[in-house]
Design a protein around this ligand. Structure first.
Ligand code: SHN
Ligand code: NAI
Length: 478
């Protein structure tokens, strides 16, 4: 029998749930996300439950078995224990007292079901199969979610704001006003672009928007700033808690969830491969690929004197130590501005930064600083260095748009350089430099820097661009 989908207010409901397992947890999370006050009673709890207690002020956890007196003053009760007798017994009492009750192991005992839910802010879509197959409900939900646009929440909010004004108009005219308003909102073309919040990330996002704007002038561009795990933990070297992926995980999740349409990254920070279903759809033209040694003006590096250089990258550390036997490398984190500040404060004698990042932030002309550019022979860049990449879901509108503005040469370089990393099975921690340089002819100059048995190794190969796959195989094996 089909159940009727009332949409009910939850933030004034007093909810009780018995059981501390996985199923109870799912239901609790759903109710909390709609603002309910939830008490959970159970002699044992799975770990995630206890972690949730500290984070959710509306959640109360009581460690014991449920009693009939617990039902007093409840609006909604969920029986999610693994004891069918307890579940049914309490359900019977609830029904007598006209309390809404859900029993997770016997659908016949429920007077309401939990549907599978899609939510975009205040827009809620719920799916029920009348208890015939929760799994099918879950499947239908996913199918609907993949098919619909992801900005209905936003559109509803905007229409809600204007609704009060429209309701003051004559009744006969309202419908037409609402229809026009809706058509306008639905027709509005907005692309949401996710980025980290650092000045450099913002700047790079602006550059991407600039290039998209000229090709797609009738679109609007909304920047969504996301905080990543890497941004939150500034105190420790990133290699100690997941490598460069820590700057990207949250952003890739937002792409996968559809809360953003595109993400802008420094290509060298992107994990390889992208999260399933996502891809690099395009790149901007590559900027200067060199690394730069930045020092305070007048600081000399006589070879007998040791100097402290800041870098978080093993690639830079190895190459630097080869160039300067007197260098002592110290870990350095933070965005470009912070790194330069640490240099100015004297925490380091020198810091090594990518020229591209300095240039994009207009930090290459500081009067109190000196810049020594490394040649490619001295310091091979990281795969994708100086390339700004646009990541999207595969085969979406955003994907096609990013492809349309993509710089062909930089894109090919990036694909080849990432293919080398993949071939080497390289994660985020290894000291590896890669450069795929393409001449005006159909030539490819492929360079690799890596460390084998504590030895810094450089390899270089020239060949035809069309034979890049063979070249990668050879250079990685050599
Ligand atoms: C009647 C109902 C009552 C209620 O719980 O509200 C109910 C009952 C039961 N579920 C069972 C099993 C599973 N339920 C799920 C998942 C979900 N179950 C949900 C709702 C409902 N489940 C209500 C009907 C909804 C409708 O009308 O379609 C969803 C939609 C919402 C949510 O729970 O939040 C959520 C998907 C959320 C999402 O994806 O968004 C999975 C899959 C999984 O866990 O991954 C399995 C294992 C696979 C399978 O068995 O199909 C069993 C057998 C227990 C046993 O084996 O003993 C019973 C008991 C019975 O059928 O009598
Ligand atoms: N409706 C649904 O969506 C689904 C329902 N199920 C059913 O849900 C039930 C619960 O599943 P899980 O959470 O995985 O089980 P679980 O075994 O992990 O958790 C059961 C919890 O109930 C508690 N409990 C036992 N007796 C109690 C009592 N008298 N008072 C209070 N708490 C008590 C236990 O301490 C434990 O925390 C299962 O019996 C399963 O058949 C399973 C999958 C999905």
């Amino acid at each position: 029998m089909a159940f009727f989908p009332f949409m009910i207010q939850m933030d004034d409901k007093n909810c009780l749930i018995a059981g501390g397992g996985r199923v109870a947890l799912r239901k609790v999370k759903m109710m909390l996300s709609f603002g309910a006050v939830v008490t959970v009673i159970s002699p044992t709890f799975c770990e995630e439950f206890l972690a949730l207690e500290g984070k959710e002020s509306k959640l109360k956890i009581i460690k014991r078995t449920i009693q009939i007196s617990d039902l007093i003053d409840r609006d909604v009760v969920i029986m999610a224990t693994n004891d069918p007798n307890v579940n049914t017994e309490f359900a019977t009492v609830c029904k007598e007292q006209k309390i809404l009750v859900n029993v997770v192991d016997v659908k016949e005992d429920c007077n309401f079901y939990f549907p599978a839910v899609i939510r975009q802010e205040d827009v809620v879509i719920s799916v029920s199969t009348g208890g015939n197959s929760p799994l099918l409900a879950s499947h239908i939900k996913k199918e609907i979610n993949d098919a619909i646009r992801k900005d209905y929440g936003q559109i509803a909010k905007e229409m809600g704001k204007e609704r009060q004004k429209v309701l003051m108009q004559k009744e006969e005219e309202r419908r037409e006003i609402f229809e026009k308003m809706m058509d306008r909102k639905l027709g509005s073309k907005v692309i949401r672009i996710g980025t980290r919040g650092s000045a450099l990330a913002r700047k790079q996002t602006d550059m991407v928007i600039e290039s998209l704007k000229s090709t797609f002038p009738d679109y609007q561009w909304e920047v969504v700033v996301l905080t990543t795990k890497g941004d939150k933990r500034r105190d420790v070297p990133i290699t100690s808690f997941g490598g460069k992926a820590v700057f990207v995980e949250e952003i890739e999740q937002a792409l996968a969830d559809g809360t953003i349409d595109m993400a802008v990254h420094s290509a060298k920070d992107m994990p390889n491969p992208c999260k399933e279903g996502l891809t690099i759809a395009g790149t901007l033209p590559r900027a200067c690929i060199q690394d730069v040694l930045v020092t305070k003006k007048g600081r000399s590096f006589a070879t007998e004197e040791t100097f402290v250089a800041g870098t978080g990258s093993l690639r830079r550390k190895w190459q630097l130590e080869k160039l300067f036997p007197n260098v002592v490398c110290k870990d350095l984190r933070g965005n470009v501005g912070t790194r330069i500040e640490k240099l100015r404060q004297g925490q380091y004698d020198a810091v090594i930064l990518a020229a591209a990042g300095l240039e994009r932030q207009g930090l290459l002309q500081e009067p109190d600083l000196e810049y020594r550019y490394f040649t490619i022979d001295e310091m091979l860049p990281a795969a994708g260095q100086a390339i700004i990449a646009i990541e999207t879901k595969e085969q979406t509108k955003a994907y096609t748009m990013a492809q349309a503005v993509s710089d062909k040469k930089a894109f090919t370089q990036l694909m080849i350089e990432r293919a080398v990393l993949e071939k080497l099975g390289a994660g985020c921690h290894e000291p590896i430099g890669v450069l795929a340089d393409m001449g005006s002819e159909d030539t490819l100059d492929l360079r690799l820097m890596t460390v084998i048995n504590e030895q810094l190794i450089y390899r270089q190969m020239e060949g035809k661009k069309t034979e890049w796959e063979d070249m990668i195989n050879k250079i990685c094996k050599a």
